[in-house]
Write a protein that binds this ligand. Structure first.
Ligand code: HXC
Length: 525
């Protein structure tokens, strides 16, 4: 059991007994009854969670004696040292991290002035020392009794989250309520892990929604883990329970660098970098209209077939996640022909763009696997701003200076060819399989546009159309035009994909590339 360090004190000194009593009060949190209520809901307490999060015996608490300063609403009669959040540092797999866990047993984990400032201290220390920070959220939001002081502390946290963004990895575990403006701290962090059924995130709850819009919606449908993992894209991982969420955070810490000045740790593997992937030829059908699961392609190529997928349920037409190539961490971005034929739409563009930016910020090389028929057509996409959102992905790939590897498996049509880390936006190693088709659009659509009159005036228009489609395919539906122009560096036998990528990545690991000095670019948000 995590304690605040009083049990080892000698018993007979008056001052030490006083200290012991104070620490015992801090450790007791909201008391046994509230702890029991927490357990009854299938939730662990803040201290139990931290105990599981860090390596055994490595947690060091700070600020266990902080107290709130509120004197309204009889709050001075109920002061619990620690003020509803346990903060400190520990190690995960031997790597230092800072962390905080909100204690729902104390004022519902609500965030008052001092509770908020404790979190700020942890964020400041994490940034100063260049180590990741993990927040365990379980809170009724702004502490109502403390009014604007509570809002002020929230904003102090948001500011620090922004300042640390791209400098240290920030992970948020949502293990209970997270409502109102409180959601914006996790939203700014790099990863949000939500516990299924026991966590909820929303700006306004079901009651307010009912009053304002007459909509009736349950807590779970509005802001449960499943909703945010599949509909909104707020959550990156859905966890079965508290332990599962903690394990996801531990896994992320194990693969990521501690800060933006470090490279990701390499991971030993017995998987031969020269291994041939003979199965690839059977995974991707030669008929361009046939779908397949691009995750099978990823598993075939990467070390030991291991792939940690991020946001698996949201925008499944693009797949993102982490793997290793010859021990080096790579961020994989792959079009998924099983959904929307792998088209890029608004959500897919947002999903991949933020991922690319995270990888670039933390020195994670990018591996793009491309099979994309283009951007998704439709009025709803246009009105939703696919121009703006698609541009984010173009922007993200273009500004990224980490090693960038691209393999064109099959289709690379239109603007999506350019966007998916093409040579022109500074891909470092761009290769294609013989099945690749690099063209402005698919053969049927192209022929219909450029040969409309000819087809309509032909004696047998269907025969003429088929002939022209074949002709177009022979000319454009292959990788050789692009290879002749140097737009791709090589056309390879698919079974050599792993070998070629491992070799290219080894060459690129110390790549140096700069962009002009500026305050920041203006990504089309
Ligand atoms: C003070 C709070 C609190 C809060 C809960 N408690 N939320 N105290 N401020 N925000 C206290 C309760 O009074 C109660 O104390 C204890 O925590 C447990 O709460 P319960 O309601 O008994 O628990 P439960 O039924 O599980 O419901 C949990 C809950 C509910 C869904 C979180 O408490 C709730 O709706 N709270 C208010 C949520 C909210 O609207 N927050 C403000 C959001 S706006 P006792 O002593 O009775 O056990 C916001 C703005 C942030 O946060 C802006 C940042 C810019």
């Amino acid at each position: 059991m995590l304690t605040v360090g009083y049990e080892s004190m000698p018993p007979n000194d008056e001052k030490l007994s006083d200290l012991r009593a104070r620490k015992a009060r801090a450790e007791a949190g909201g008391g046994a009854a509230r702890v029991e209520a927490q357990h009854k809901r299938g939730k662990l307490t803040a201290r139990e969670r931290l105990e599981l999060l860090v390596d055994e015996g490595t947690f060091h608490e700070i600020d266990s004696l902080v107290e709130h300063r509120c004197r309204d609403f009889d709050m001075d009669k109920n002061i619990i040292p620690g003020d509803g959040v346990v903060t400190g540092h520990g190690k995960i797999g031997g790597k230092p991290i800072y962390c905080f866990a909100q204690d729902f047993t104390v004022y519902g984990g609500s965030l008052g002035e001092m509770h908020g400032l404790k979190i700020c201290k942890v964020l400041d220390m994490a940034l100063k020392t260049g180590v990741p920070v993990i927040g365990l959220n379980d809170s009724g939001g702004a502490r109502i009794q403390e009014g604007v002081a509570s809002l002020g502390s929230y904003a102090e946290i948001f500011f620090r989250n922004v300042r640390a963004s791209g400098v240290i990895p920030q992970i948020s575990l949502i293990m209970g309520p997270c409502a109102g403006g409180a959601v914006y701290s996790p939203a700014i962090t790099d990863f949000v892990v939500m516990v299924d059924k026991s966590s909820h995130m929303f700006i306004t709850g079901p009651e307010v929604i009912k009053t304002v819009t007459n909509e009736i919606v349950s807590f779970e449908d509005l802001g449960g883990a499943s909703t945010h993992s599949s509909k909104s894209g707020v959550s990156h991982f859905i966890a079965e329970n508290d332990e599962d969420a903690i394990n996801i955070a531990r896994e992320l810490i194990s693969i990521l660098p501690a800060n933006n000045l470090q490279k990701p740790p390499s991971k030993k593997s017995k998987d031969d970098p020269n291994r041939l992937c003979d199965d690839l030829i059977n995974i991707v059908p030669s008929d361009p209209s046939q779908p397949y699961d691009v995750k099978d392609v990823i598993s075939s190529i990467v070390d030991d077939g291991a792939f940690l997928e991020v946001q698996s349920e949201w925008a499944p037409n693009i797949v993102i996640g982490y793997s290793h190539l010859n021990g080096n961490l790579v961020g994989v971005i792959a079009n998924q022909p099983m959904f929307l034929a792998g088209c890029l739409d608004i959500d897919a563009s947002n999903k991949a763009a933020r991922f690319v930016r995270f990888c670039d910020a933390f020195n994670v090389p990018l591996l793009t696997l491309e099979d994309v028929p283009g951007f998704l057509p439709g009025a709803s996409q246009e009105w939703g701003g696919i121009i703006r959102h698609g541009a984010k992905l173009l922007f993200a790939f273009s500004e990224a200076t980490v090693p960038k590897l691209t393999v064109i498996l099959r289709k690379a049509y239109g603007g999506a060819y350019d966007v998916m880390c093409s040579k022109h936006i500074r891909g470092d190693y761009n290769i294609a399989w013989p099945s690749a088709e690099l063209a402005v659009m698919g053969a049927d659509g192209a022929v219909q546009i450029i040969h409309k009159k000819r087809i309509n005036s032909a004696r047998n228009s269907e025969e003429e159309r088929a002939r022209l489609v074949d002709d177009y395919r022979d000319t454009f539906a292959n990788p050789y035009r692009a290879a002749a122009l140097g737009y791709i560096d090589d056309v390879i036998n698919p079974n050599e994909t792993r070998k070629k990528l491992c070799l290219a990545l080894n060459m690129l690991m110390d790549k140096q590339e700069n962009r002009p000095e500026r305050k920041h670019g203006n990504i089309p948000l």
